[in-house]
Each structure stands twice: as structure tokens, then as C-alpha cells.
Write a protein that binds this ligand. Structure first.
Ligand code: SF4
Ligand code: SF4
Length: 90
């Protein structure tokens, strides 16, 4: 199991979430971040850091965002790791 970034993350990029992750799971896409499910240890630390509640454990991803489970796995494999908070692009 792993944690999953979902639709509310689109356009955020405040990246409060990345600094608390003990495993450097977060990857940066053009519009949102993704969690590498292979690295995630289900510690739950990132969930409360996200101001828009975009992160869910895989078993609790809302029905309309289930596709993000696969998307996180696919995109984390092809995007760079991000471990430091950065200013939003917008
Ligand atoms: S804090 Fe939430 S919305 Fe912002 S980058 Fe992290 S997961 Fe996405
Ligand atoms: S649950 Fe823990 S290990 Fe997984 S992405 Fe969040 S902070 Fe990182």
C-alpha cells in the first residue's frame, strides 16, 4: 500500500508536504506532485501538511480519484524527486 496525491493538488506546488516525508517519496510533475508507491512507508506524516487535503492512503482514495493510484505510480517513475519546499509557480 502507499499514499496517493489526488486532484486537489493540481496547481498547488506549495509543496508543504515534501519536507516531512522521511523517504523522499515525492516527485514533481508539471502540474502536481506524485508519491512513489515503492518508497512510501505509509507513515501518514504528509497528510496533515497538505492545505487542500489532496493526499490519501490508497485504501481511502475517494471513488472519483481512484485513477490517481495508477497515475502516481506511473508518473513518479518518470519525474524528478522533490525534497525541498518551493515557491508556487502561479
Ligand atoms: S501540499 Fe498538497 S496540494 Fe500542495 S504540493 Fe503537496 S500534496 Fe500537492
Ligand atoms: S505517507 Fe510518509 S512515506 Fe508516504 S509519502 Fe507520506 S510522508 Fe512520505
Amino acid at each position: 500500500m502507499a499514499y496517493v496525491v489526488t486532484a486537489p493538488c493540481f496547481g498547488c506546488k506549495y509543496t508543504d508536504c515534501v519536507v516531512v516525508c522521511p523517504k523522499e517519496c515525492f516527485h514533481e510533475g508539471e502540474k502536481m506532485l506524485y508519491i512513489d508507491p515503492v518508497e512510501c512507508v505509509d507513515c501518514d506524516a504528509c497528510v496533515c501538511e497538505c492545505p487542500v487535503e489532496a493526499i490519501f492512503p490508497e485504501w481511502d482514495v475517494p471513488a472519483q480519484w481512484r485513477e490517481f493510484i495508477q497515475l502516481n505510480a506511473q508518473m513518479a517513475a518518470v519525474t524528478p524527486s522533490i525534497t525541498e519546499k518551493k515557491e508556487p509557480l502561479v
